[in-house]
Design a protein around this ligand. Structure first.
Ligand SMILES: Cc1cc2nc3c(=O)[nH]c(=O)nc-3n(C[C@H](O)[C@H](O)[C@H](O)COP(=O)(O)O)c2cc1C
Ligand SMILES: Nc1ncnc2c1ncn2[C@@H]1O[C@H](COP(=O)(O)OP(=O)(O)O)[C@@H](O)[C@H]1O
Length: 310
């Protein structure tokens, strides 16, 4: 897969089959559309192209600082890499770009730049300044400029939209198993290990504090989870606490993991944490002793899980 950023960096001249969208999560519904795209490219000797916008239009137009995404851009790239897609075009969504009229966008970008022969797109796709153009406009443009439009049905699109919303909602409820079923892989948070208060190690439960790489990444509900991560080339299981650590008077939210059976030094190292199962809610314990025995119990639960999953 070749990456092009922005669209003007795309210089390939091979006629293409294109789909357009955020594809946040690259979940099983998205994969079905991408499979269709890649198969269509093969059949008609076209290059498959995904045109995506980053930052997300809502981050730019509505200044939604709180927007939460299932994938960071680099996670999305890694997931798309596995689909057989030929070209990923990441175009920055700016105010200026948003003012392109439908005809300018179709003619200058889709046709002249990307050499569209076919566009596979949802029935409700809207584009151009103020999102006024519809799929029937796109079909008319297709007659003028010589490309075909394949419409993704209500049913197919509903499956996609529903699973995206369901994944977000499931994660916000801590239900990572449902989220993972829709994603087709384990939900992950990517980032770097940073210093914490240094309390964990004094209890024999050192915890790697994960600082997510991107602020827009959706963090699952506060609570304790079974997780896994690659530590120095080995896959290790962990117990991860997401929360404000109320027992020790914490204020800000942290993502802390005690990894089973390792004593690796993880400070300043990259970490990609995969979420496997919710164990329990975050609690405010009477004292540190009660917290420690709760963590011991969490470890037992995790070890039992590992035994049945290895
Ligand atoms: C598996 C696990 C479960 C935890 N559960 C809770 C909890 O329910 N309530 C709480 O206040 N802190 C909880 N903690 C967080 C501890 O308070 C935290 O690890 C401790 O403050 C050490 O932080 P440090 O990395 O800054 O040293 C949990 C930590 C782990 C590893
Ligand atoms: N099994 C382990 N799980 C997590 N971190 C570990 C483990 N063994 C060693 N470490 C190291 O210990 C650090 C955490 O120790 P801790 O006392 O909790 O300090 P901090 O509060 O700075 O996170 C981790 O960042 C990592 O470098």
């Amino acid at each position: 897969m070749q990456e092009h950023r922005p669209a003007s960096a795309y210089t390939n001249k091979t006629p293409s089959v294109i789909t357009i969208g955020t594809f946040d999560g690259v979940h099983i519904g998205h994969k079905a559309i991408l499979k269709k795209l890649v198969a269509s490219a093969k059949k008609d000797n076209l290059d498959s192209v995904l045109l995506t916008f980053f930052p997300h239009p809502r981050m730019v137009l509505q200044k939604e600082a709180s927007i939460q995404m299932l994938n960071t851009l680099s996670e999305k790239k890694a997931l798309l890499e596995q689909t057989g897609l030929d070209h990923l075009i990441i175009h920055p969504f700016t105010h200026q770009f948003s003012r392109l009229t439908a005809v300018e966008y179709v003619r200058d970008i889709l046709v002249n730049k990307l050499h569209a022969k076919k566009i596979i797109i949802g029935y409700d796709h809207r584009f151009g300044r103020n999102r006024t153009a519809t799929i029937s406009d796109l079909k008319e443009f297709g007659e003028t400029y010589g490309f075909e439009v394949e419409e993704i049905s209500v049913q197919e699109l509903d499956d996609v939209a529903v699973s995206s919303t369901k994944i977000r909602n499931a994660l916000k409820e801590g239900d990572v198993e449902t989220a993972n079923n829709y994603l087709g892989y384990s939900y992950m948070i990517t980032g770097t290990v940073v210093k914490g208060k240094g309390i964990g190690a004094t209890w024999n439960y050192p915890t790697a504090n994960l600082q997510p790489s991107d602020t827009y990444k959706l963090i699952p509900k506060n609570g304790v989870y079974i997780t896994q991560a690659k530590i120095e080339a080995d896959l290790k299981y962990g117990i991860t606490s997401i929360g404000t650590n109320p027992t020790v008077g914490g204020k800000s939210r942290t993502i802390e993991t005690f990894f089973l059976d390792t004593d690796a030094n993880l400070y300043d190292k990259p970490l990609q944490l995969e979420f496997l199962k919710f164990i329990r809610e975050e609690e405010t314990f009477e004292n540190v002793e009660a917290l420690k025995s709760a963590i011991q119990q969490d470890e037992k639960v995790a070890r039992a899980y590992v035994r049945t999953h290895e």
